[in-house]
Write a protein that binds this ligand. Structure first.
Ligand SMILES: Nc1ncnc2c1ncn2[C@@H]1O[C@H](COP(=O)(O)OP(=O)(O)OP(=O)(O)O)[C@@H](O)[C@H]1O
Length: 257
């Protein structure tokens, strides 16, 4: 199956996902264009994480397809989908707690090259100094350079999320999926993260972001899709979504986002 739209990076086509009798996703259709930041919002239990898990191959859809560029992802293993150029920052950061922060950022670059993590991967490639340099530069971008030799496990939750972002960026993904990237952060850290994500936008990376914090959504999104009870009930530019009474009703119980 091929996507007709040359500039569409990700297409979710007629996706349904059932958990037994529960319809977590019903007839979900979505297109994300190159270089855009597409936010998916919706109340608790709307199906946002399920949708992301279907995209990255952690959950098979009950029916429908996910297409990345011209490649149908449905049925591919998560590591394959990652190698094709999709990276995800998780709600609960997935890092190597016992490794130094710098090595956490370097590890995915080795994995991308070699197809998997290995014990003693350091010092076994001629690209190590190049990878180290890039990892240090990314740690500067995310504000963790000074701590680079400390263990990742000792970082605060917010800093772990920033570390995970650097771990994604070193993979140079074509599509970055962000699952509540500012959850648990102070307002100051949230604003720093917004600035960082805006910088990534300048580099032209396509992003899908799931976020509860409307300040973050309206600071970053070019387009917003609203999920409620597993269905996309509205899609549009931030101003249209803000003013859509269906969104206010479904998402916020009638309050202005
Ligand atoms: N593995 C699973 N097995 C059974 N039901 C599930 C499973 N995962 C999710 N669900 C159900 O599917 C629905 C959608 O859940 P999902 O986590 O995708 O929503 P969400 O929009 O991400 O919610 P939140 O904002 O609270 O994270 C919920 O009713 C949830 O209980």
């Amino acid at each position: 199956m091929k996507s007709n739209n040359a500039n569409v990076v990700l297409q979710v086509a007629d996706v349904h996902k059932n958990f037994g009798g529960l319809k977590a996703l019903s007839d979900v259709n979505l297109k994300v264009e190159e270089g855009r930041t597409h936010a998916i919002i919706g109340p608790n239990g709307a199906g946002k994480s399920t949708l992301l898990n279907v995209v990255i191959g952690r959950l098979p859809p009950s029916s429908g397809a996910v297409i990345f560029g011209n490649t149908v992802l449905t049925g591919l293993a998560p590591y394959k989908i990652n190698q094709l150029g999709i990276s995800r920052v998780f709600q609960t950061p997935e890092i190597f707690a016992d490794l130094p922060i710098l090595h956490n950022v370097m590890a995915p670059a080795f994995a991308r090259r070699d197809g998997g993590f290995r014990v003693n991967m350091f010092g076994r490639t001629d690209r190590e100094s190049e990878i180290r340099e890039e990892a240090e530069s990314l740690l500067e971008d995310v504000g963790l350079y000074a701590q680079r030799h400390g263990h990742a496990g000792s970082l605060s939750r917010g800093d772990k999320r920033r570390l995970e972002l650097a771990m994604c960026l070193i993979q140079h993904p074509r599509l970055l999926l962000l699952d509540e990237p500012t959850a648990g952060m102070s307002r100051h850290d949230t604003n720093t993260t917004i600035d960082l994500l805006k910088k990534i936008k300048l580099r032209g990376m396509t992003k899908v972001i799931i976020e509860h914090d409307m300040h973050v959504v309206f600071s970053l999104a070019d387009e917003i899709s609203v999920l409620a009870q597993g269905r996309i009930i509205a899609h549009g530019q931030p101003d249209e979504i803000r003013d859509d009474p269906r969104v206010q009703e479904a998402y916020l119980g009638g309050t202005q986002p």
